[in-house]
Design a protein around this ligand. Structure first.
Ligand SMILES: Nc1nc(=O)c(N)c(NC[C@H](O)[C@H](O)[C@H](O)COP(=O)(O)O)[nH]1
Ligand SMILES: [Zn+2]
Length: 167
């Protein structure tokens, strides 16, 4: 129900606070949830795992390691009702050139299962890569993108805490 989405998004936002503030990315929090059992499978935040990691990537990577499977094959072990909540929409381009979260999410569906829905707190600001057009790519891959409104101001304040205050 809608307030479930808002409470999951608020929880994802609480993880974003764990991310170190930097001027070079956003502080994002994410959850991997089994919507069938309403259970939180993993949480993640930007830079949680070693390397230049994204919140959504950390959720998938942690779940994969819990199941002793390489991250790129995580789709094979995700439950039927797997969904992701992320405070900022999944990246579709990254200045570092690392694999994007849209690619990682789409890849989970290669064997038929995988992530079915992505709940998003805000559209990505244009700071680094301009307008993020990832939503269409996700939808074309059969991933529904649902905007969960109400936390935009807080999400953006946390996401940009490491950025030089815009004059
Ligand atoms: N959804 C999302 N989750 C994250 O955890 C994160 N950090 C971003 N950020 C998107 C932003 O576009 C990229 O952080 C910059 O483009 C810099 O690229 P890198 O992150 O260094 O690869 N977006
Ligand atoms: Zn990403």
């Amino acid at each position: 129900s809608p307030n479930d989405h808002a409470s999951y998004m608020r929880l994802a936002l609480s993880y974003a606070h764990e991310s170190p503030p930097l001027p070079t990315n956003f502080r994002v929090g994410a959850l991997l949830v089994d919507s069938a059992s309403n259970k939180i499978l993993t949480s993640g935040f930007t830079l949680e795992l070693p390397g230049n990691t994204h919140a959504e990537q950390c959720c998938l990577s942690k779940y994969a390691s819990e199941h002793d499977i390489p991250e790129e094959r995580v789709g094979e072990v995700l439950p039927e009702g797997a969904v992701i909540y992320t405070t900022v929409e999944p990246c579709v381009k990254r200045l570092s050139g690392n694999r994007t979260c849209v690619e990682r999410i789409v890849e989970t569906r290669s064997k038929g299962g995988g992530i079915r829905k992505v709940y998003v707190g805000v559209k990505e600001p244009e700071t680094f890569v301009g307008d993020n057009q990832g939503r269409k790519i996700l939808e074309n891959a059969g991933v529904e993108v649902v905007l969960v409104g109400g936390l935009e101001k807080e999400i953006l304040r946390v996401a940009t805490a490491g950025h030089v205050a815009s004059s």
